[in-house]
Design a protein around this ligand. Structure first.
Ligand SMILES: Cc1ncc(COP(=O)(O)O)c(C=O)c1O
Length: 333
């Protein structure tokens, strides 16, 4: 999948959708005392792990003849996949319409527009309170109205999880031959399912632990309010199969925010879901590996700049979670 030329540390790309596989892992031991390596997936032109799913789905659509020069791509996204598809569409001169909702960061909407995409923000959830269902309903309507529209459908397109089965997981496996446990957050479940299938088939001793957010129904928990985009779901996701994972950790958003802000005080400005995954991993490791002997890796989906008006804004945190984070809490590492 990755087409960049590599000469030692030098990577040269020609189009913005080429995956520059970052070898950067943060060892969280020194900064926050957690025995965990964090794979940073935010270092590409889409700024997130979703470039993997986007390139994989578009390549598969072109191969199968679903996408041609007359196609307008349309997708429902809470942000990161929308940006990733905007990058891929711009790199390949394809028109792209993203259907999103008010939980999408305003900066992300601007980013997609800057990349040449059209963005439609649905402002009402459906009768059950789900924005996701409302977004999907609009996507279906657009496709019915115009035969040139193609919905990649990240929720059910196998090219989504195959991107991680073929790339993300083998990369981690190669870089950590002694890997014991991998922590992965679940949105559509593409990353989780791809990694879980890969390790089950190739390195069955590796435990894959899913990290979900309180309020997400992905692992059978009750629905509830969520404010961070990317991770969690308001309706069950087809790729999320609890039988595929060894364990599930559920993290309240306020703990995710606290962890993000703790990491930021060490210079690591990472996305909201990274706070969720690291917080869940820290809890799981404290319980299951008190001797700190396991080799543990977690996947960080994106960097923190897109969350500057939310996770990293004191007033937003207080309004949203009713908590006032003190300097001490923020920097308690
Ligand atoms: C911001 C963000 N984007 C994308 C993902 C990956 O989601 P998916 O389950 O759709 O592969 C995550 C999951 O951690 C995320 O937090």
């Amino acid at each position: 999948m990755s087409r960049q030329k590599r000469t030692g540390l030098l990577a040269i790309i020609s189009t913005a959708d080429e995956l520059v596989d970052s070898d950067v892992y943060i060892d969280l031991e020194q900064s926050v005392g957690i025995p965990l390596r964090l794979k940073c997936e935010g270092f590409n032109f889409a700024g997130s792990v979703k470039l993997r799913a986007a390139t994989s789905m578009v390549a598969s659509g072109i191969r199968s003849g679903l996408i041609d020069e007359g196609t307008t791509l349309v997708e429902s996204s809470s942000g990161n996949l929308g940006v990733a598809l905007s990058v891929v569409a711009a790199a390949r001169s394809i028109r792209f319409v993203c259907v999103t909702d008010p939980k999408c960061n305003p900066a992300t909407v601007k980013l997609m527009r800057a990349l040449g995409s059209e963005v439609v923000v649905v402002d009402q959830p459906d009768e059950s309170g789900s924005y996701l269902s409302a977004r999907k309903a609009l996507v279906r309507e657009l496709c019915e109205r115009d035969a040139g529209f193609v919905w990649l459908n990240q929720y059910e397109n196998p090219a989504n999880w195959l991107a991680h089965y073929e790339n993300t997981a083998p990369l981690i496996g190669k870089q950590f031959p002694g890997l014991d446990v991998l922590f992965v957050g679940a949105g559509t479940g593409g990353t989780l399912s791809g990694c879980a299938h890969y390790f089950r088939e190739n390195r069955s001793a590796v435990r894959v632990v899913a990290v979900d957010t309180v309020g997400s129904v992905n692992f059978g928990m009750p629905p509830g309010p969520r404010h961070l985009p990317g991770l969690g779901a308001s309706v069950p996701m087809p790729f999320v199969d609890p039988a595929l994972v060894h364990d599930v950790v559920t993290v309240p958003e306020r703990d995710a925010v606290r962890m993000c802000r703790r990491l930021a005080r060490h210079g690591f400005l990472l996305g909201g879901s990274t706070g969720t995954v690291v917080s869940g991993a820290a809890r799981w490791l404290a319980e299951h590996d008190p001797e700190r002997s396991l080799t543990a890796v977690a996947i960080s989906a994106d960097l923190g700049d897109r969350y500057i008006e939310t996770v990293y804004d004191d007033a937003w945190v207080q309004d949203t979670y009713g908590i006032l984070l003190t300097e001490r809490e923020d920097s308690n590492g």
